[in-house]
Design a protein around this ligand. Structure first.
Ligand SMILES: NC(=O)c1ccc[n+]([C@@H]2O[C@H](COP(=O)([O-])OP(=O)(O)OC[C@H]3O[C@@H](n4cnc5c(N)ncnc54)[C@H](OP(=O)(O)O)[C@@H]3O)[C@@H](O)[C@H]2O)c1
Length: 270
């Protein structure tokens, strides 16, 4: 790493977990390609990193929900002679909604960004990744991947997809230089929507289960470089995962639905 022409590509690298991943990689001397929606945030983040670390940073503002977008990202790298040895598929959108009342666009956006862009970028970049002695794909999943979540039905299912897809392609790539990691964080203090949702939980939950984006990034990058396949950041989150595995799934689905419905009604009544 630290090679002038070799880069880590991070989608959703302008803010939240993606920005934290970018800073963590820059701290380790990796050159960066940040991809996010066009807008001032992306350039601001790139400038901040250029100022704080001596690494190269380039940006591409693009809406990854557009079907041709993953291809355009590869084209940009090829035209600029950028070689990628780490692909971080981090861009994603959450949100809660009553499914039958939600718009088609609501579901489409989550499927196109959380699933399609991640799959197609992985497919397009694997040949380039394989040319490196060691290469990595880090996919940002979620704690929501582990069970069906009513009122977050599309989001949770999209993250289950990310989880299973990551493990499956990791197996296919077992005898190559590419290792695939999925990081499944529980709540992370990032955008205002998430911060508002976090506030609806008690102090104990906030203190034990919710982490900062910097902590997630440090754990994720370290785990990825060690070749871990699944990372669940936070001791208490790992405990909860083990405990809830012992509970009957009907009970878990009903309990989670009650909590998310309360969050959703609070939001609607605001
Ligand atoms: N925060 C949490 O509690 C939490 C928990 C578990 C998993 N996650 C996952 O972590 C990832 C990052 O979440 P976050 O909370 O850090 O989100 P965030 O703060 O909202 O940042 C999202 C990033 O994705 C980019 N993005 C959004 N829509 C895009 C699109 N259509 N095309 C290209 N880029 C797009 C945004 O670009 P702009 O800056 O231009 O908007 C931004 O860089 C997501 O996959 C999310 O599901 C989050």
């Amino acid at each position: 790493m630290g090679n002038d022409m070799i880069y880590t590509l991070i989608t959703g690298g302008s803010m939240g977990i993606g920005k934290a991943l970018a800073r963590e990689c820059a701290r380790r001397g990796m050159n960066l390609l940040l991809v996010a929606l066009p807008g001032p945030e992306l350039e601001q983040t790139a400038n901040e990193i250029r100022k704080d670390f001596s690494v190269k940073v380039d940006t591409l503002g693009i809406d990854l929900t557009g079907p041709p977008s993953p291809g355009k990202v590869l084209e940009w790298c090829e035209k600029s002679n950028y070689t990628i040895d780490i692909l971080m598929n981090n861009a994603g959108i959450a949100g809660s909604a009553i499914f039958e009342e939600s718009s088609i666009e609501y579901s489409d956006e989550r499927i196109l960004l959380n699933i399609r862009a991640l799959v197609i970028l992985s497919r397009l970049f694997i040949p380039m990744l394989k040319q490196n002695k060691k290469a990595y794909i880090l996919n940002t999943g979620s704690f929501s991947a582990y069970q069906p979540l009513a009122y977050k039905s599309v989001y949770a299912a999209s993250k289950s997809f990310v989880h299973l897809f990551s493990l499956a392609i990791n197996e296919e790539l077992r005898d190559t230089s590419v290792s695939v990691t999925v990081v499944n964080p529980n709540g992370v203090r990032t955008n205002t929507g998430t911060l508002d949702r976090i506030k609806t939980h008690g102090k104990l939950v906030q203190k034990t289960l919710i982490l900062d984006a910097d902590e997630i990034a440090q754990i994720a990058v370290e785990g990825m470089l060690k070749g871990k396949n699944i990372i669940v950041p936070g001791f208490w989150n790992r405990c909860i995962l083990q405990i809830t595995r012992l509970l009957p799934s009907n009970f878990k689905i009903k309990k989670a639905a009650k909590i998310i419905r309360k969050e959703l009604l609070n939001k609607i009544n605001e």
